[in-house]
Structures are given as structure tokens and as C-alpha cells.
Design a protein around this ligand. Structure first.
Ligand code: NAD
Ligand code: DAU
Length: 354
């Protein structure tokens, strides 16, 4: 019998890279991609693998408990890799309840369904919860997040992810469900929705639109190429120890303003513009409320125990990413028409038309 793996949120940014990797690398698995196709879900992210024999897409909402229970009962999944979530901090500030529903209630629905179908034996079963470094809160100038750093979430998004992490651990402790959790830093790469810093700014530079830098621009993030995150998820799923948590990071800290200047420099070259052209688009705007100052991951546990480390240097990954967005105009224009314009105007103010 082939193993049946459910990947939730597989039409999104990271999920699509995980789905592709599993379809290609594990022909003996049956891969099921469950996704609601919210604004962030896009089946075109998987056009190249959608006909694979070991793949099936299922449209559905993880918040809908009867649907989830029926789905698990019908398919009897052996493993769950759970990525479906509302993922954008700014949207969580505008609409926290939606984050509680999907990220907390949705996760608990998946745990309940797993508990039910695995009740006879947990042998060979695994619930993998994909989480974020934001659950640890904000760092000062020094220090790194380790797996034992106390939770201190600061935004509605990170509070909802922290809550879902707690439920996953509670289900392991209370009911014995085999779980594993990873907490990763900021991802970048192909197929990321252009609400997040890097794709938003690539698109704005391309369109000669202003670059909205929050606050003083000195906020720090630790950037990891999305395919390295997918590789880590693969390794943790197969080799990680049940009940454990693994931090994943790029060992690659950048203050936003330095990253943005590098992006402008590369884009000027790619677009044949004079050096120093795009940097003039930078506009400092009102800060994100409750903005976390710095995230940085200590990824020594996953390196030591599983031998994982990032494969790509940031400058190389960034260039690859820019090339992808420039080569995939249609993907970008499909996404930035329609509702995106309303989101953009609401988020960045009247006059900031796309
Ligand atoms: P994304 O927003 O690009 O994709 C989320 C996907 O989930 C979309 O396809 C969406 O349609 C789907 N979805 C949303 N609500 C759903 C629901 N109720 N039912 C079913 N599907 C639903 O997100 P991403 O950036 O790819 O993040 C994926 C996961 O990784 C999230 O859990 C996020 O918290 C975590 N994470 C993201 C990052 C990052 O830098 N992007 C870093 C660390 C962890
Ligand atoms: O750390 C992991 C997290 O990284 C993930 O869990 C989240 O899903 C993901 O969205 C990301 O959160 P951030 O808030 O760090 O990412 P974002 O791309 O929104 O912002 C990165 C930094 O850039 C942050 O300091 C805010 C700043 N920023 C962002 C936007 C969208 C700006 O200055 N201007 C902007 O317009």
C-alpha cells in the first residue's frame, strides 16, 4: 500500500514547493494537496506537476470540521504536513478573527481528525506542523531564537501560530499523537504573494512605484530560500524525532533597508536602468503597529542532528528570485489585478494606486 500524505496549503508559497518536492522525490507516496484557494492560494504554482500520477488536489476549508472529518475518514492519510494558514502579519492586524479561525481552529480540526483515524495505532503516522519563528517574539540587538526560547508572540498572526503550536504539543502530550514542529524564519523565492516584502518590492521597482518602508527601516529578518525550507521539511518529516521541535533559519540577517538597497541595485542592472535609479523610489512610511524589531534563528539543532543547512548564498538566491519574477510576468499580473488593488490601496493609502 502506498503511503498517503496530506499536505495542507499546498497551493500557497511554501506549500507549493513542498508539494512539488514530494511528488517528484517520492513516486511511491500519494500526495494530496488540500487548499481553500484563498487570495494566497494559486494552482498555477503547480502547473508543472499537476498531471503527476501520485498527486491529487482537493479544494476545501480546514475550518469546516464535518468536511475535514469526512475527508480523513475517506482517505485514511498516513501523514499530515500542515502548512495552510493565514500568513501575512499586516492582514492579521486588520482582521485577527480570520487568523484565529484558520490558524487555530483549522489546526485543531486537523488534529481531531488525525486522532480519530489513527485511534487503533499511531505506528507509521505523523502530524507535522509547519510554524514560524515569530512565536518567539522580538529580539534585541543580540541573541538568537533556540528551540527552548519562551514563546512571546506580539502580533495577532504570531499569537495564532503560537496557539496552534501549543495545541499540537498538547495533542501529543494528551492523546499521544505523533507530532513534529518546525519554526522557520522569513522565506523568499518564486511564487510568493506580492504582499510580502521581497516580491512586493520587486514588483514595485518594476512598475516604478514607491517602495513603502515601515518605520526607520532598521528592522532585521533572517532570510531563507524557500527551496531550502522545503528540503528541511522533507528531512524533518522523514528523519526528525517524534515530539521534537526544529528551528530552521538562513543564518542570514539583513536590516530591511540594506536588503532593499541591494534589491534596487540588482534590479537597476536587470532592467537596464542607471545605477541609483530605483533607490529613489524608497519612501519611509508609518510603521507597522507592534512591529517586531529583530528575528534571528539558531539553526544548530537541525544542522547537528539532521545535517541540514541552507544550500544557497543569499545574493545568489535573491538574483534567482528576481529573475523568476521578471520571467513570470503573467503569474504576477494575474495576481496583482482585481482584489490586490483594493488590498494595496487599503494598506498603503489612497493615491498608492497599483
Ligand atoms: P501563503 O499565505 O502563501 O499560503 C497559505 C495557503 O494556505 C494558501 O494556499 C491558502 O489558500 C491556504 N489556506 C488558507 N486558509 C485556508 C483554509 N482555511 N483552509 C485550507 N487552506 C487554506 O503562506 P506561506 O507563506 O506559504 O506559509 C505557509 C506556512 O508556513 C504557514 O503556516 C506559515 O505560518 C508558515 N511560515 C511561513 C513563513 C514565510 O516566510 N512565508 C516562514 C515560516 C513559517
Ligand atoms: O519570520 C517568519 C515570518 O516571516 C512568517 O511567519 C510570515 O508568514 C511572513 O509573512 C514573514 O513575516 P514578516 O512580517 O517578517 O514579513 P513581511 O514580508 O511582511 O515583512 C518583512 C519586513 O519588511 C518586516 O520588518 C516589515 C517590513 N515591510 C514589509 C512590508 C510588506 C516594510 O517595511 N514594508 C512593507 O510594505
Amino acid at each position: 500500500m502506498k503511503k498517503k500524505i496530506l499536505i495542507t496549503g499546498g497551493a500557497g508559497f511554501i506549500g507549493s514547493h513542498v508539494v512539488r518536492r514530494f511528488i517528484k522525490k517520492y513516486p511511491d507516496y500519494l500526495i494530496y494537496n488540500l487548499d481553500k484557494l484563498t487570495y494566497a492560494g494559486n494552482l498555477h504554482n503547480l502547473d508543472d506537476v499537476s498531471d503527476a500520477e501520485n498527486y491529487q488536489f482537493i479544494k476545501g476549508d480546514i475550518v469546516d470540521a464535518p468536511f475535514i472529518n469526512q475527508l480523513f475518514n475517506e482517505y485514511q492519510f498516513d501523514g499530515v504536513i500542515h502548512l495552510a494558514a493565514e500568513s501575512h502579519v499586516d492582514r492579521s492586524i486588520t482582521n485577527p478573527l480570520e487568523f484565529i479561525m484558520t490558524n487555530v481552529v483549522g489546526t485543531v480540526n486537523l488534529l481531531n481528525a488525525s486522532k480519530t483515524i489513527w485511534k487503533d495505532s499511531f505506528q507509521g503516522k505523523l502530524f507535522y506542523h509547519v510554524s514560524t519563528d515569530e512565536v518567539y517574539g522580538s529580539l534585541g540587538e543580540m541573541g538568537l531564537f533556540t528551540e527552548t526560547t519562551s514563546y512571546d508572540p506580539q502580533s495577532p498572526y504570531s499569537a495564532s501560530k503560537a496557539s496552534s503550536d501549543h495545541f499540537v504539543r498538547a495533542y501529543n502530550n494528551t492523546y499521544g499523537i505523533p507530532v513534529v514542529i518546525s519554526n522557520c524564519s522569513n522565506n523568499y523565492g518564486a511564487n510568493q504573494f506580492p504582499e510580502k516584502l521581497i516580491p512586493l518590492f520587486i514588483n514595485n521597482i518594476k512598475e516604478n512605484r514607491s517602495l513603502p518602508v515601515y518605520g526607520d527601516g532598521k528592522y532585521t529578518r533572517d532570510w531563507l530560500w524557500v527551496e531550502d525550507h522545503a528540503a528541511a521539511i522533507d528531512q524533518i518529516y522523514h528523519e526528525g524525532e517524534v515530539g521534537e521541535t526544529y528551528n530552521i533559519g538562513g543564518v542570514n540577517e539583513w536590516q530591511n533597508i540594506d536588503l532593499i538597497k541591494l534589491l534596487c541595485q540588482i534590479m537597476d542592472k536587470k532592467l537596464g536602468r542607471d545605477e541609483g535609479t530605483s533607490v529613489q523610489l524608497i519612501e519611509y512610511i508609518k510603521d507597522r503597529p507592534g512591529h517586531d524589531r529583530r528575528y534571528a534563528i539558531d539553526a544548530s539543532k537541525i544542522e547537528r542532528e539532521l545535517g541540514w543547512k541552507p544550500s544557497l548564498k543569499f545574493e545568489e538566491g535573491l538574483e534567482k528570485t528576481i529573475d523568476w519574477y521578471l520571467d513570470n510576468e503573467e503569474w504576477l499580473s494575474n495576481i496583482t489585478s482585481g482584489d490586490y488593488k483594493n488590498y494595496y490601496n487599503d494598506q498603503y493609502g489612497k493615491g498608492a494606486h497599483v
